[in-house]
Design a protein around this ligand. Structure first.
Ligand SMILES: *[C@@H]1O[C@H](CO)[C@@H](O)[C@H](O)[C@H]1NC(C)=O
Ligand SMILES: *[C@@H]1O[C@H](CO)[C@@H](O)[C@H](O)[C@H]1NC(C)=O
Ligand SMILES: *[C@@H]1O[C@H](CO)[C@@H](O)[C@H](O)[C@H]1NC(C)=O
Ligand SMILES: *[C@@H]1O[C@H](CO)[C@@H](O)[C@H](O)[C@H]1NC(C)=O
Length: 356
């Protein structure tokens, strides 16, 4: 067979493979949580996902946003030029969820990379929310002229920040310093893993690597309802971990972990096992919702999709998580962007169901 013919056959086979592959999420559609927008109980704890680790938690007239990231510049801009918050896109996204009426108390940056912290000051400016995070995140706020009264810097280990609502309900945010996932060296370098912490305001536009990781947190979010009942969830923005950190006895146990999985699919299985042990097992979570699995160079007006296999292996991540789920009884669920879920209604109904 001539080389030419062989090449043509190979390209044909590849094209057919891509065609057959179709929806890259088809194997996982059964795991997606559905909208509970119809639920009207005003105390209900709702969560809405916007890709990466952007999560909006709402209860009553009060909300907390982690890692608000809406600008999502495309690949060319991200890799080859400078980036900045896009106020038009941010405003459109906030309007789409009626953020102005959500009583946004805080925008929390889990660490200071662009996809976690870049948009935060603009969201705070538009909503009056406080920017809460590391000293590096604070300098990102100052670079966007956010006033000091709107910036709260986490300085202590296991620091708790509390927001009280007039009806007696409250939020408690507990910040545990952890490690960011180690990225392959070139990717780590361009993503800002090697950059030192900020000691001066960061004024965009800048290259993405100008957003250093800064301090990186595991964030416990506790909702204290007005009747005194508490429910706690954990947000793990990056798939890094520190052994024996989250199993310390004074830390709360949680029902749900929003588990950052960016880069996890490229890690050896021993690393994945360690991550599960230290973040899921150690916290007692019964439901795991993977986050940071999407290609963050696609705008939020398009459906979420896993990134290219060159960057991550979402399929390997999901196989690992489903195997763990099968052997431990912990449940795995995914969220689509913009879908508003009554989280604990889901938790209670999933955990009482035996079949899935
Ligand atoms: C307290 O309020 C929450 C939110 O409405 C509710 O889910 C929970 O069942 C209540 N707890 C008790 C003990 O009534
Ligand atoms: C939320 O605000 C509305 C309008 O101000 C008020 O009627 C309602 O009671 C508030 N709900 C809670 C849970 O605070
Ligand atoms: C911040 O203030 C400086 C100096 O007044 C101004 O040049 C800059 O445009 C402001 N940036 C933003 C995002 O408003
Ligand atoms: C997990 O269990 C389900 C149901 O028994 C099965 O369909 C699936 O293939 C299993 N997945 C893995 C990765 O073991």
């Amino acid at each position: 067979m001539s080389t030419l013919l062989f090449g043509a056959l190979l390209i044909g086979a590849f094209a057919i493979m891509v065609m057959l592959q179709g929806d890259p999420l088809s194997d996982y559609r059964r795991l997606f949580l559905t909208s509970s927008a119809g639920v009207r109980d005003e105390d209900t704890f709702f969560v809405t996902f916007f890709g990466v680790s952007s999560l909006l938690f709402t209860s009553g007239n009060s909300s907390i946003l982690t890692d608000g990231y809406f600008s999502r510049p495309g690949k060319q801009k991200l890799f080859l030029s400078k980036i900045a918050p896009n106020p038009t896109v941010i405003k459109e996204c906030l309007d789409r969820v009626d953020m102005a009426k959500k009583g946004l108390e805080a925008v929390v940056a889990m660490h200071s990379h662009f996809d976690h912290a870049m948009d935060s000051p603009e969201i705070c400016r538009l909503t009056g929310a406080k920017l809460v995070g590391s000293s590096t995140t604070a300098f990102i706020g100052r670079g966007w002229n956010l006033s000091e009264s709107q910036i709260q810097t986490i300085t202590d280990d296991d620091e708790v920040v509390r927001f009280d609502n007039p009806d007696g309900s409250a939020w408690e945010l507990l910040f545990v310093r952890t490690e960011h996932i180690e990225l392959p060296s070139l990717l780590g370098f361009i993503a800002g893993n090697e950059s030192p912490i900020l000691t001066d305001p960061l004024v965009p536009p800048v290259r993405m690597g100008a957003y250093p990781v800064g301090d990186c947190y595991s964030l416990y979010i506790t909702r204290i309802f007005k009747n005194g009942t508490k429910r706690t969830i954990l947000v793990q923005g990056s798939a890094g971990y520190v052994p024996n950190l989250l199993s310390r006895p004074h830390l709360p146990k949680v029902d749900v972990v929003f588990l950052g999985v960016g880069g996890l699919g490229k890690k050896p299985v021993e690393y994945q096992e360690g991550y599960w042990r230290e973040v899921v097992e150690a916290t007692g979570a019964k439901l795991v919702i993977p986050v940071h699995w999407d290609d963050f160079t696609r705008p939020l007006t398009k459906p979420l999709q896993p990134p290219s296999r060159l960057l991550d292996r979402f399929d390997r991540t999901m196989t690992f998580l489903e195997e763990k789920a099968n052997s431990t009884g912990v449940k795995i669920r995914l969220m689509d962007s913009w879908v508003k879920v009554a989280l604990f209604d889901e938790v209670d109904s999933i955990l009482s169901r035996k079949d899935m």
